[in-house]
Design a protein around this ligand. Structure first.
Ligand SMILES: [Zn+2]
Ligand SMILES: [Zn+2]
Ligand SMILES: [Zn+2]
Ligand SMILES: [Zn+2]
Length: 334
């Protein structure tokens, strides 16, 4: 059903009126062919009994209905209309497009909620106030609140159990933490107790090691000095190339001389020379000419002209290791 013409402030164009209800078009549609416009409800109702246009009798079915042009819609939207509740006292005049929103907030709307005059606290639509029962309303409210309270209680209980669980965990953690702290304290104390004896031991050790070092150094010094004082180096020349330092050492041992060391001094061409360190007390023995085979020459190092001894002994039978022999100079071999 269209809007009552009487509610509109302005003159209404015929194009904006519904031919079925004669009111201003509400939720309008139009026939596809003849383009006559109607309220949707009016024409749907009409077509149910007669499938013709109420204006020109041309064929009109539900499937022929379509939306109206935008210009018509705009004209409708801007029409100024009085509130639905003008009879209840509302003086508002609005654009047709704002009418729906105004209905929701109009104080004269019988469905507009107002506080109960008996102060029960409920908001009741004005037109339902006579059926409003404060006690029933409060009981409903109480019932709903009880439900909410129960839900809250449940969630609090589960929160408490979670908190309790966490408290127990944290207590266990606290316990292991404090036992760790105890152990740490114990260790720290042991370390502190050990610190002093360790320092003492270290000090004693360092004192001792210094003393020992000094003693060793002195001993070594004395030893070196004594050895240098008591020994001398002998040069033995023209030995056969087959003779090695151990061989020469062995030869000297067998002749009652204790060499401290024996090194090859020169191993070149046809001859082999040695440097031998002996005690000074053995010098006379080593410089005897019958100790050395003919051809070998022996002297105190650096004293070639004063201590030189020429070997005078016949070479012994056998090999070179046990029986020393002189080398054979090439000119003698020839
Ligand atoms: Zn109508
Ligand atoms: Zn028509
Ligand atoms: Zn109103
Ligand atoms: Zn009430």
């Amino acid at each position: 059903m269209g809007y009552d013409i009487e509610r509109f402030v302005d003159e209404i164009d015929e194009e904006l009126k519904c031919p079925v209800c004669c009111g201003v078009l509400e939720d309008p549609v139009q026939g596809r062919k003849c383009e006559h416009a109607f309220c949707r409800k009016c024409i749907v109702e009409w077509v149910r009994t007669s499938e013709t246009c109420p204006v020109d009798r041309c064929v009109l079915q539900l499937s022929h209905l379509q939306t109206i042009p935008r210009i018509i819609r705009n004209l409708l939207n801007h029409l100024r209309v009085r509130c639905d509740f003008v009879l209840s006292g509302c003086q508002e005049v609005l654009k047709l497009e704002d009418l729906l929103n105004h209905r929701e907030v109009c104080k004269f709307n019988p469905e507009y909620p107002v506080p109960c005059p008996k102060d029960c606290g409920a908001l009741v639509p004005k037109n339902k106030m006579d059926r409003h029962d404060c006690v029933r309303e409060l009981r409903l409210l109480l019932c709903n609140q009880q439900k909410e309270i129960n839900e809250l209680k449940n969630s609090i209980t589960s929160l408490i159990s979670i908190a309790e669980e966490q408290r127990q965990n944290s207590a266990a953690n606290q316990e292991s933490l404090s036992s760790l702290i105890d152990k740490y304290d114990h260790l720290t104390m042991s370390i502190q107790n050990l610190e002093k004896p360790i320092k003492e031991v270290l000090m004693i050790a360092s004192r001792n090691s210094k003393a020992a070092d000094t003693e060793n150094a002195v001993n070594n010094h004395i030893k070196t000095a004594l050895i240098q004082e008591a020994t001398t180096e002998i040069y033995i020349s023209n030995v056969d190339r087959g003779v090695t330092p151990p061989g020469l050492k062995d030869y000297l041992f067998r002749h009652d001389i204790n060499p401290l060391s024996c090194k090859e001094a020169l191993r070149r061409g046809w001859k082999n020379d040695f440097r031998v360190v002996i005690f000074k007390s053995d010098v006379n023995k080593i410089l005897q000419s019958n100790l050395w085979p003919r051809g070998i020459c022996c002297f105190v190092c650096g004293e070639y002209y004063t201590t030189k001894t020429e070997g005078s002994r016949d070479p012994e039978e056998g090999g070179t290791l046990n029986n020393l022999k002189a080398c054979m100079p090439p000119w003698m071999a020839a």
